[in-house]
Write a protein that binds this ligand. Structure first.
Ligand SMILES: [Cu+2]
Length: 218
C-alpha cells in the first residue's frame, strides 16, 4: 500500500515535469533549429532628403549560430517614399545580405523592411531620418585687407550677392576674368551679383595671385 502511494506520487511529478517542458516548447521562442534573421547595421541614420544614407542596410541570417548563405532577402520601402537598390539580395558566406537606401524627398521618418520567406524574425525593420538640405546664403561678405581676402572662398546661392569691404591701409581691387570688377580702392565697398552657378576666381591685380579668392555659386 505504501509502495503504491509512492508510485502515484512519482507519476504526478512526472506529469507536472512534462507539462512544464511542453509549456516552454509552445512558448514564444522559435524552434532552435530554424534560420533566424536579425539586423546587423544601418538603422537609425540621418541623411539629406533625396540622398543615399552613408551606410548600407545589413541583415544576417543564422541557423544554430552559423551564417546561412544563399538565402534571398527582399527589401521594401515601407515609409518616406525613398528607394532601395537592390530590392532583392542573397546572403553571403557569413549569412549577410545588404542593400543601399536613398531617402524620400520629404523631411522626416523613413522606413524599410527586410523579409525572407520561412525565416524567423522576418521582417526586420530599419528607420532613418531625412533632413532638409540647408540652402547656401543669398549674401556673403569679404574683408579686403593687406594683402588678403577674408574669407578667401565664399559660397552663395544663384542670384546671390557678395560684398567686399576695404579694411587695409593700401590700394586693392577685386578683379574677375570678366567684369564687373572694382577699381583700385582704399576704402568703401564693392558688390557683385552672381546669376549663374559656377566657381568664379578673382584676385587683386596690384598684389597678384598671392591676394586671390573664389566665389562659389550653387
Ligand atoms: Cu591688393
Amino acid at each position: 500500500m505504501e509502495v503504491l502511494r509512492s508510485l502515484r506520487y512519482l507519476g504526478a511529478l512526472s506529469a507536472l515535469a512534462l507539462m512544464i517542458a511542453c509549456g516552454s516548447e509552445t512558448g514564444p521562442d522559435p524552434d532552435p533549429g530554424d534560420p533566424t534573421m536579425a539586423a546587423v547595421s544601418g538603422s537609425g541614420q540621418s541623411a539629406t532628403v533625396g540622398e543615399e544614407v552613408a551606410n548600407d542596410l545589413v541583415v544576417r541570417i543564422t541557423q544554430d549560430g552559423a551564417g546561412v548563405s544563399g538565402t534571398t532577402v527582399s527589401w521594401a520601402v515601407t515609409g518616406g517614399g525613398g528607394s532601395v537598390d537592390p530590392m532583392s539580395s542573397t546572403t553571403d558566406n557569413s549569412g549577410n545580405a545588404s542593400t543601399t537606401w536613398t531617402l524620400g524627398a520629404s523631411a522626416g521618418a523613413n522606413s524599410v523592411e527586410a523579409s525572407s520567406t520561412g525565416v524567423d524574425g522576418s521582417p526586420v525593420a530599419f528607420t532613418a531620418t531625412g533632413v532638409e538640405d540647408t540652402p547656401p546664403p543669398n549674401q556673403a561678405n569679404v574683408s579686403v585687407g593687406d594683402n588678403t581676402f577674408t574669407p578667401s572662398s565664399s559660397t552663395i546661392a544663384e542670384g546671390g550677392q557678395v560684398t567686399w569691404t576695404w579694411a587695409g591701409a593700401v590700394d586693392h581691387n577685386v578683379t574677375f576674368a570678366s567684369a564687373p570688377n572694382s577699381g583700385d580702392q582704399t576704402t568703401g565697398t564693392f558688390s557683385r551679383t552672381f546669376s549663374t552657378a559656377g566657381s568664379f576666381p578673382y584676385q587683386c591685380t596690384i598684389h597678384g595671385a598671392s591676394m586671390s579668392g573664389t566665389v562659389v555659386v550653387q
